[in-house]
Design a protein around this ligand. Sequence first.
Ligand code: PLP
Length: 395
Amino acid sequence: MSDQNPVFIPGPTNMPDRLRRAMQVQTQDHRSPAFVETLTPVLEGCKTVFGTANGTIITFPASGTGGWEAAISNTLSPGDKVLVARYGMFSHRWIDMCQRHGLDVQIIECPWGSGAPADKFQEALSADTDHTIKAVLVTHNETATGVKSDVAAVRRAMNTANHPAMMFVDCVSSLGSMDFRMDDWGVDIAVSGSQKGFMLATGMAILAVSPKAIAAMETAKLPRTFFDFRDMMGANAAGGYPYTPPLQLIYGMAESLKMLFEEGLDNVYARHHRLAEGVRRAVDAWGLKLVAQSPDLYSDTVSAVFVPEGFDSNALIEHVFATYGVSFGIGMGEMDGRAFRIGHLGSLTDTMVLSGLATIEMAMADLNYPIKLGSGVVAAQEYFRATTKPALAKA
Ligand code: PLP
């Protein structure tokens, strides 16, 4: 019966019936004019979600990891230096990928639970007087720790240092659920995927690429074939794809964009903020602590919660699934065994969140956590009753 319960993992997220139906399409010839009519509005619509008028949207049949690879391999050459801060599992994995691609990675080590350190970036960029750093990489929403970083502050740091590096931002677990402003923040490549804020199946990496990154593509020497922007942009301009496209996902994207725009992006962000705040009230009522170190870092799409000393967060996640058929996120990397995660992104309402909180509370009570059964649910209920529910998309 567990397939009837919503998931509370931070992606892939719950798929609304409307989107599942939209993906139920028969095979179509992707070289026919009908394909152009499907793809073009999707690329246009994505621009609005990324907050870009100047960027080019590029999609690949891949997950977010493929999007990372596309970003670096299209713009950089072996030995190029990139500046990255490590503050969670996903910033770590992007670093690992850069190293495996033969890039020279300058790493700023930060405590897990903190975010992108704009001041340290500024220091490193100011010291780089020869401008050897070609790109600064930022994970907007560190899914392992539930930390949101201030991308605009990183851009200000880069400007203050008067440094010409590009800025690449991972917005895999924020885009479509939290405000993102590619042009305003001066982002050169933003990387996302279909399975989080877009509420779809996994399988499409979605990137927005600035004119500066496109110019860098001309001289970049890292090898790429499947992920070559040039092939994708050329084919898209002619109304096609360089290889067989993930047709069902493209139909799904068209409908997902409709849902997001019907609800209104600001309402979508307000809904996520409200749901996240309800979760945070519950965590507080349990007497537990978030991994995110301060309120300015709290993510509106995922909360990572420390378990009390002497408890194992993985045992909790195993128990809640085995007993109640509901999935929550495990602790990753440094948080392994120490924290569990509540995903609250994508297609989610306050009623669904309350059910998740009630369920994890039962599991904690089963395992003798020092929490009062019902306390988190009541705190979230009180918050939800006292706050206005933003308008929802039509089902
Ligand atoms: N970046 C972030 C912030 C993520 O949360 C994830 C996946 O959860 C990824 C990158 C990797 O994306 P994927 O698993 O789709 O390859």
